[in-house]
Design a protein around this ligand. Structure first.
Ligand code: AMP
Ligand code: MG
Length: 485
């Protein structure tokens, strides 16, 4: 059975000092049912999708059974939540194991919503079906948008109700990640363990994610640099598609550079840097326009944990770490402008490109242009009725943009192709996601299946996608997302 399914689980994490985890099994559930299976992801992990649908394997996804030889664990971590330090840890998740894929890559297989652990604090260790399906839809959409992210292998319903504001159907998501190492894991090490343990964690991280810096001079400073560069890339990619994470606490920032923790996240419609969807983010700490800064703030927390490893002299260490935070900001800017050039069909770099982009964004904000659809309209130069495109300032801007596109060697066709490849036709629009979840709540999964399918090829620009580009009928009611997942 095991061979047939393809599980090939390892536990490198348990070679870390014991303070970093607690072995614990998931809590069984009443009557699990497979709701969604990601067959292509399964195949790429070396798992057999047909076998994963069997009753035995659904039992594994539900936590009722564990594969032979498996030894699940919950990870310890801390973090800054909305700026305040807390002890956290996997309070409703266990690492089933690390799957060694056919390409020799290692992936964490985690059950989320699998019951209480020693890190649950007051929580029930459970998750509701709606939010787990939401994570499935959005994380897979992010992957299709070529943005590094944890992925979703399966969702099972538990047959049990969980108590939130109302009673909701419970579910467990099987999450796949390069690892679950977070900035918060390092904060845990720095705050609650000795230097030796911190060093073991840093060495483990380097081996797992940045093997090319193993054994070089100043490896821990380089670790900071590498993580900063991955975040500079990741957050620029978020900005370029209008993704708002919503809860960029340090425990929700990975060391691998993958997007993690799809709680109150959502995509922006009308362009406005102050956009916030999360009901608990009242100060706008995690607003769209603030994400790059928060990335820097979180990296500074990461840097602090590494100081004792970076240099024996604290002042020296601080100076070196600060340089890396500055590098992050500069690299983020470079990534962002590069991405924006591509969105406008520009291959080469000119000094004034930044103001060209800023002028466009300012117009979008003023005329409430939809972020995704504005770039889509520019891609086809099909402008329709929208006030933005019928303004004088737009026609002046458009002349400048056209002239700019001529100042490169590539043809207009190449330029348009670049735009098609850089501007998604479809994103997981909030009303579409809600519609799919509402139908799912009534037992109809066809709407969700269709949405997941459409979102799997966001750069196809085909007719089927047309319908999914439309905005909701009424945008008067502000969309709100909730953390209480
Ligand atoms: P999150 O908001 O998902 O990033 O979670 C923050 C912390 O709360 C983590 O330590 C989670 O494990 C924990 N947590 C969230 N929901 C629950 C729950 N229902 N039961 C126990 N712990 C939870
Ligand atoms: Mg989290």
């Amino acid at each position: 059975m095991l061979k047939e399914t393809g599980w090939n689980l390892d536990y490198s994490y348990t070679r870390l000092p014991e303070t970093f985890y607690t072995r614990t099994n998931p809590t069984p559930v009443q009557s699990p049912k497979l709701i969604k299976l990601n067959e292509s992801l399964a195949t790429s992990l070396g798992l057999n999708p047909e076998s994963l649908k069997s009753e035995d394997m659904v039992s594994v996804f539900a936590g009722n059974d564990i594969p032979k030889g498996a030894s699940p664990l919950a990870q310890a971590y801390a973090g800054h939540q909305f700026g305040h330090p807390n002890m956290l840890g996997d309070g409703r998740a266990v690492l089933l194991g690390e799957q060694l894929a056919p390409n020799d890559e290692r992936f964490d297989i985690q059950l989320k919503g699998s019951g209480r652990t020693p890190y649950s604090r007051g929580g029930d260790g459970r998750a509701a079906l709606g939010p787990m399906l939401r994570e499935y839809i959005i994380s897979e959409a992010m992957h299709a948008l070529r943005i590094p992210t944890t992925r979703s292998l399966a969702v099972v319903s538990t047959g049990e109700l969980i108590q939130r504001e109302t009673a909701l159907p419970g579910a467990i998501l099987t999450r796949v990640a390069a690892s679950h190492l977070r900035v918060g894991t390092f904060e845990y090490a720095a705050r609650y363990t000795e230097k030796e343990e911190l060093k073991a964690l840093a060495d483990y991280t380097i081996k797992r994610h940045y093997p090319h810096i193993e054994g070089v001079e100043k490896p821990y400073l380089l670790l900071l640099k590498e993580v900063a560069m991955r975040q500079a890339k990741l957050i620029s990619q978020w900005q370029l598609v209008g993704f708002i994470h919503g809860v960029m606490n340090t425990d929700n920032m990975t060391i691998s550079g993958e997007t993690i923790d799809y709680g109150p996240c959502a995509f922006m419609n009308e362009y406005d840097p102050s956009t916030v969807f999360s009901s608990i983010d009242r100060q706008g700490r995690y607003a769209y326009g603030n994400q790059p800064n928060i990335g820097g703030w979180n990296l500074a927390r990461f840097a602090e944990t590494l100081l004792p490893l970076i240099h024996d002299n604290q002042d020296e260490a601080v100076k070196m770490a600060q340089d890396e935070i500055t590098n992050y900001i500069n690299q983020y800017q470079r990534n962002w402008i590069e991405g924006m050039r591509a969105k406008l069909g520009i291959f080469n770099a000119e000094e004034e490109d930044k103001s060209l982009v800023e002028d466009l964004l300012n117009m979008m904000q003023k005329h409430r242009g939809d972020f995704t659809n504005t770039f889509r309209s520019l891609t086809y130069e099909e402008y329709g009725e929208h006030a933005l495109f019928n303004s004088t300032e737009f026609s002046e801007w458009s002349d400048k943009w056209k002239a700019r596109r001529k100042r490169q060697n590539q043809s207009n066709d190449d330029s348009q192709q670049l735009m098609k490849d850089s501007n998604p036709a479809v994103i997981p629009r909030n009303h579409r996601v809600e519609e799919a979840l509402e139908a799912a709540g009534k037992g109809d999964y066809t709407v969700l299946e269709r949405l997941v399918q459409v979102l799997s090829n966001p750069f196809d620009h085909d007719n089927i996608q047309e319908e999914y580009c439309k905005l909701p009928e009424s945008t008067n009611i502000p969309y709100q997302t909730f953390c209480g997942t």
